[in-house]
Design a protein. Structure first.
Length: 290
């Protein structure tokens, strides 16, 4: 796979090819594929041993992965990622490296304020990464789908559920029918019986991917829904059948994943839709009789 001379374009083409061929890869190569996509800003800096360790595979599997996609080996594959390293390193790498150094140093317990600062720093870094990597065409396509439909379904469970609740609240400000898959009383699949062809579903899920969300999406698609996926990889089960996939990756601090970037993406999606619909201003508080 030859470089185009533009590091970003070449990497984008490589990721697109990985996504296309993902289902046909072996289990080990799928793990490497997901790592390459989710950590594309770091591949140019990692050695083959480090990459293999992150993926839980042997270095020989990384070489097989590279050769599968037409490279002579890991070094040639890494070269296309290194072309983009003349720009500033991704803020998330600086953050993750700093956290790892703190934990591995054994420098005693952190104070509550230090924990807060580290968590907030991770959220800021993830927001910068989302801003830098947001695909403009894909985002506009998602807005167009929401603008054109009469009915919007929202499906999310567990960690992603707060984002779904926000979207339900925000989208109620439009004139569209908005249906939140709440799962109340384990009736999430029963709710899907009201889906009609042409409805749009916003489904939100991240690894290890909530089974309830995946089941609802499968049933909704059988009934003709158009799917917008908000997820952490173009190789996630949600992205497989989605018409539009918005990729967002929140940082994890001390084992706790933030929702900052995901919520920011959801809010951006609503604001862009509201602008496209030219929603009128409506005061939220009653007018004074005085």
């Amino acid at each position: 796979m030859a470089s185009t001379g533009n590091g970003k374009t070449s990497v984008d083409q490589f990721i697109a090819r990985i996504t296309t061929e993902y289902e046909g890869l072996s289990k080990q190569l799928k793990v490497i594929a997901r790592h390459v996509e989710q950590h594309r800003d770091h591949i140019g800096l990692e050695g083959i041993q480090e990459l293999a360790a992150h993926c839980g595979v042997q270095p020989s599997a990384v070489v097989r992965f590279a050769k599968h996609f037409g490279f002579s080996g890991f070094s040639e594959m890494q070269a296309i990622f290194r072309e983009g390293l003349t720009r500033q390193l991704a803020p998330s790498r600086n953050y993750r490296t700093r956290i790892r150094d703190i934990i591995e140093s054994g420098a005693g317990s952190l104070s509550s304020v230090e924990i807060a600062h580290e968590f907030l720093a991770g959220s800021v870094a993830a927001m910068h990464e989302l801003e830098a990597n947001l695909d403009a065409d894909t985002f506009m396509q998602a807005v167009d789908m929401l603008r054109e439909t009469d009915c919007i379904w929202i499906a999310a469970s567990r960690r992603s559920f707060p984002v779904a609740v926000y979207l339900d609240y925000a989208l109620q400000h439009t004139d569209k029918r908005v249906c939140l898959m709440s799962g109340l009383g384990s009736m999430h699949l029963g709710q899907m019986r009201s889906v009609r062809p042409g409805d749009v579903m916003l489904a939100i899920s991240f690894a290890p991917y909530a089974e309830e969300t995946l089941a609802a999406v499968e049933l909704a698609q059988e009934r003709g829904v158009r799917l917008i996926a908000i997820t952490d990889s173009r190789m996630s089960p949600l992205a497989k059948d989605a018409e539009v996939t918005l990729v967002v990756q929140d940082n994890s601090t001390f084992g706790f994943r933030a929702l900052t970037s995901t919520m920011g993406l959801a809010q951006s999606l609503f604001i862009a839709l509201a602008y496209a619909l030219e929603l009128p201003y409506r005061p939220t508080s009653p007018r004074s009789n005085g």
